[in-house]
Design a protein around this ligand. Structure first.
Ligand code: ZN
Length: 318
């Protein structure tokens, strides 16, 4: 009896030890899972990029919510407070970033800020108003550092819509991969594998868009807000923006745009859901064309670019 009892005690202590080891391992694993890298981005497509590369090891928040325009956007005090608990902010040159990020970094020196455009040849986004009276000048978006300040002084801002080009999207994804691996080296292999998968998806998307757009002879399309510049550059197209200096065009610009649309055989005016435009409707009405919504800020990045390519191809066919 005594022997059996001692035996069972030993067995019990062994299983307790095993259970303890298992529990400790579980706790460590749970702690690792419960502590993802907290990432903030400006716009929903970048959230898709960070989630694609970070997978389950990241928690991503977009400051600009669906339906908001990032050009006139300022973060709320609550968002600024939330940002101080972030590990990483992925910047893309949105107007509010230049004004807000230095302040947020001063409050939280631990926040890492990645400029996802680093190494990309930026195009200029036209914001001056061609001297038309009554339309106002370039709006004040904050105080960007050089060379953006220099561009602004000349009446330009650097075009932030870099993600609309899939090859440049790969560049952004690579920068995100490297930043995540540096912040969270334990999961570097996962970021590498996720990046490979994500960038293969961008390659497929790029081939699809080329197949849709390469045959077009009419290679200009008219948009309200010039969000598709990098897309256009990548695929040998030209966007004709209606918006002037971030605002509706005046009567003289509008008349010139209608003439241009007629000359170019434009049948479709593209608008985005964040910006309603009377001018887009007016040009469409004057040329007997139609207004089509395509969204450069959609979280479903691939679907949005595919749709843009399809709509541009269809419009060029008409
Ligand atoms: Zn924009």
């Amino acid at each position: 009896m005594a022997v059996r009892r001692r035996l069972s005690l030993e067995m019990t202590s062994t299983s307790v030890m095993r259970a303890w080891i298992l529990l400790t391992a579980l706790l460590i694993a749970t702690a690792a899972l419960a502590d993802p890298v907290r990432v903030f981005v400006g716009v929903p497509p970048l959230q898709t990029f960070v989630e694609g590369v970070g997978g389950r090891h990241v928690e991503v928040y977009s400051l600009v919510q669906p339906g908001q325009s990032p050009h006139a956007y300022e973060p709320t005090p609550r968002q600024v407070a939330a940002l101080t608990s972030a590990d990483l902010y992925v910047g893309i040159g949105l107007p509010f970033e230049a004004g807000q990020l230095p302040r947020i970094r001063a409050a939280d020196p631990g926040l890492r800020v990645l400029d996802a455009r680093e190494g990309i040849d930026l195009r200029r986004l036209e914001v001056h108003d061609h001297g038309e009276t009554g339309e106002g000048g370039a709006h004040d978006h904050g105080h960007p550092a050089d060379p953006e300040a220099a561009a602004r002084a000349e009446g330009f801002e650097m075009d932030p819509h870099v993600w609309t080009s899939p090859p440049l999207g790969k560049h952004i994804a690579r920068a995100i991969r490297d930043a995540l691996a540096e912040i969270d080296p334990a999961n570097a292999a996962a970021y590498e594998a996720n990046y490979d998968r994500f960038s293969a998806g961008l390659d497929r998307l790029d081939r699809e868009i080329r197949a849709a757009l390469d045959p077009l002879t009419r290679r200009r399309f008219m948009v309200y807000h010039p969000a598709w510049g990098y897309f256009a550059d990548t695929y040998g197209l030209v966007q004709i923006p209606i918006e002037k200096a971030g605002k509706e065009p005046g009567p003289r610009s509008l008349a010139a745009l209608v003439d241009q649309a007629r000359r170019e055989g434009v049948k479709v005016i593209f608008v985005q859901p964040q910006l309603s435009s009377k001018a887009a409707e007016q040009v469409a009405a004057a040329i007997g064309g139609r207004v089509v919504v395509i969204d450069p800020l959609a979280a479903d990045y691939e679907a949005s670019l595919r749709r843009a390519a399809r709509e541009i191809a269809e419009a060029a066919d008409q």
